[in-house]
Ligand binder design. Sequence first.
Ligand code: IPM
Ligand code: MG
Length: 344
Amino acid sequence: MAYRIVTLPGDGIGPEIMAPTLEVLRAVGEFEFEEHLFGGASIDAHGVALTDEVLGACKAADAVLLAAVGGPKWDTTDPKKPRPEQGLLGLRKGLGLYANLRPVKPIAALYDSSPLRRERIERTDLLVVRELTGGIYFGEKTRTETSATDVCSYTEEEIERIARVAFRAARSKVTSVDKANVLETSRLWREVVMRVHSAEFPHVQLEHVLVDNAAMMLVSSPRHFDVIVTENMFGDILSDEAAMLTGSIGMLPSASLGDSGPGLFEPVHGSAPDIAGQGIANPLAMFLSAALMLRHGLGLESEAAAVESAVSRALEDGLRTPDLGGGEDTRTATRAVLDHLNRS
Ligand code: IPM
Ligand code: MG
């Protein structure tokens, strides 16, 4: 039976990169796609970024593929107005997707596209494991005319489960990133990670690095890292930084997983309103997110590897979209990847 995939193109360049992704998926397997409005598009139609109906459809699917949400049209500082990002946060929470995996492995053909020197980034192969349903993103928020608060809170259980994901994913080492010299949540984080380590994964090397230092090490010595595990907001910031090791944020995919139920697969980049509608968006992070869906969401390892290798080979042939300093558009990029897929 064909896998049932809910697709959420969202806003900005979202629809432009989702459409070619379905072509790529059709080249490797049989899928039933069910598209829904999400983010700003859903606010325009229904007044909210994620309707109960769409959340229900996502829960019933085998996997959810999401492009991007947001744009100047819905940008507001008014806490009473709906925001596209609420859809994303609601979906992550609603599906229980507490583990966000962001693999950062620069493709050799792009070593010279990174703002960092080739010698720095060569052979980098790290995974950011970001806690996705806790911390300051989901704590209580207050606002008056002249003051505001966002509460950061974590429970032992929330830290234990994300720590396990990180230790299981590690080949050699886990770097737990926190701010234990200042934050109480970080001190709990560190304690719990150490406990899970000694009780369940003593064979994996564990180190603790403060988040400011980790930010520096990511650009000075990225090869130092195997798995980085960190809380929600630190993971958000560090993964954008790590994306530049691959040459462009247009290259970084992500997978969000829970203990059961469908996973959510989306590129790390946003909806890029500045280039939306021009057909020049780099679709590769979206293709690579589809590959993560094949691997982690559907258990289709060889299909996932086929998509990844088609992307690598297209880049080796010289494919460069504008974000990578080239002149090729979304259509040409898609053609190049499909050609390799159909050849293999
Ligand atoms: C990400 C994004 C989101 C986040 C935004 C759009 C809410 O930056 O997935 O990294 O902060 O989690
Ligand atoms: Mg982010």
